[in-house]
Structures are given as structure tokens and as C-alpha cells.
Design a protein around this ligand. Structure first.
Ligand code: PGA
Length: 248
């Protein structure tokens, strides 16, 4: 049985004052029936983890380097995220793939480093609008999945997020049939490669998930939760998404 997961990605948003939203979220959802994760900017990981200690809220990073330490100015090692109190890390988000040219091989190396550091990786895949229009969606996603998910991935160390690039931050979402098609494909690919371990890897949908559309997305087969950007910044919005997931 795959445990449902609501993951929030704050991206480059939030300062110390934003931690009031975390306190509000914990107060409103002290014992969620699903796993709840927030990934703030690196500057807030330690402070958020301190607020979350002893609660059900997990804290994650938004990226890590593939090396354990060294001369990599501005980068953060997976072990440093763990040391700051993180238990998870988002890897291969389309914004990092687009802004920094991150390749599948780099994402795969980061995921291996994360596992060594004891972190759960949330590995992101997704097609652009042009790729969807060209009928390449499953080929693109299959390539990203195969290249980004390392050997040894299983349900305890890996989560995969399907995030169509054209749905991120746009208010547009795929049809439920489009989400189901991709999630069915991801489930089949992971099961073919990893067997029972692959069947245990959770699949999150991400891209303009809001309180208003969460329930129908969560009712879709092979959707085990959501990776939420904008709507994770406010406790009320993210809380409503958690409630929808608990009910689903
Ligand atoms: P969004 O972002 O919910 O703001 O569309 C999703 C994501 O990038 O994870």
C-alpha cells in the first residue's frame, strides 16, 4: 500500500516571517492521514525543521549537489540538507532543468547522493507544451524517467513527480485522462524496471494543483498525491489540498 503524500515546493519564496504559515499548517493538521512535506528555500530549512520537530511535518530541500563536499561555490550537499533537518529533496525540477541545463544523468547522480545521505528523492519529469503537441509526451517522460531514477530506487527512497512544464504556475492542468495516461505509463515503466519495488514508488502529480481541483486529481488512478508550488505557500490552501488527499 502506497502512503499518500502532499508535498509543497516553496521555490524561491519565503523568509523567516513565512514560518508563521508552517505553524498554522501544523496547528490545523496535527495528525494528517497522508505524508506532508514542505520544501522551503535552503535558507529556511533549519528553522522550518526546528518548528516541525516532534510533528508530522517533513522538511525537504529543492536540490542538492552530487558530491559529498568540496569546491562547489553556492552548492549544497545532500548530507548538509540532512544535517539541517531535511528528510527529502526535490531533484530534476523542470525549472532547474531549464535554468541550469540539468541533465538526466546529473539528476540520477544527485539522487544517488541523496540516498547515501539518507534522504528520499522526489524526482521530477514532464514534457513541454511543444513536446505534447508533437505527440512526444510518453517518449520524453520515459527517457527522463529511465535516465534520472538511479539503480536501487524503491518505495522507501524514491518518489516520482509528473509535472507537465506547461501546467506549472500557469493555472492550466491536463485533463484527468491525460494525467491517468502518464501515471499509468510511469507505473508500468517502474514496475518493469524494478518489479515489486517499482510498484511501491509513489507517483505525484504537479502543476497548478489548487484546493478547487485537488479532489478530482486525487481520484485518478495511480495518483498518490501532489507536488504543489504556489498553493503550498499559504497554510489554508495547502491544508485544503491535504484534506482532499485524506478524503480521497
Ligand atoms: P505550481 O508549481 O503548483 O505553482 O504550478 C508546481 C511545481 O512546480 O512543483
Amino acid at each position: 500500500m502506497r502512503r499518500k503524500m502532499a508535498a509543497g515546493n516553496w521555490k524561491m519564496n519565503g523568509t523567516e516571517a513565512s514560518l508563521a504559515e508552517v505553524d498554522a499548517l501544523i496547528a490545523a493538521h496535527p495528525a494528517p492521514a497522508c505524508e506532508v512535506l514542505l520544501a522551503p528555500p535552503a535558507t529556511l530549512i533549519a528553522a522550518m525543521a526546528a518548528r516541525a520537530r516532534g510533528t508530522k511535518l517533513a522538511v525537504g530541500g529543492q536540490d542538492c549537489h552530487c558530491a559529498a563536499s568540496g569546491a562547489h561555490t553556492g552548492d549544497i550537499a545532500a548530507g548538509m540538507l540532512a544535517d539541517a533537518g531535511a528528510s527529502h529533496v526535490i531533484l530534476g525540477h523542470s525549472e532547474r532543468r531549464a535554468d541550469y541545463g540539468e541533465t538526466d544523468a546529473q539528476v540520477c547522480a544527485k539522487a544517488t547522493a541523496a540516498r547515501v545521505a539518507g534522504l528520499v528523492s522526489l524526482i521530477c519529469v514532464g514534457e513541454t507544451e511543444a513536446q505534447r503537441d508533437a505527440g512526444e509526451t510518453l517518449a520524453i517522460i520515459g527517457g527522463q524517467l529511465g535516465g534520472s531514477v538511479p539503480e536501487g530506487a524503491d518505495g522507501s527512497n524514491t518518489v516520482v513527480a509528473y509535472e507537465p512544464v506547461w501546467a506549472i504556475g500557469t493555472g492550466r492542468t491536463p485533463t484527468l485522462a491525460q494525467i491517468a495516461e502518464v501515471h499509468d505509463f510511469l507505473r508500468a515503466e517502474l514496475s518493469a524496471r524494478f518489479g515489486a519495488e517499482g510498484a511501491a514508488i509513489r507517483l505525484l502529480y504537479g502543476g497548478s494543483v489548487k484546493p478547487v481541483n485537488a479532489a478530482e486529481i486525487f481520484a485518478t488512478l495511480n495518483v498518490d498525491g501532489a507536488l504543489v508550488g504556489g498553493a503550498s505557500l499559504k497554510a489554508a490552501d495547502f491544508g485544503a489540498i491535504i484534506t482532499a488527499l485524506e478524503a480521497g
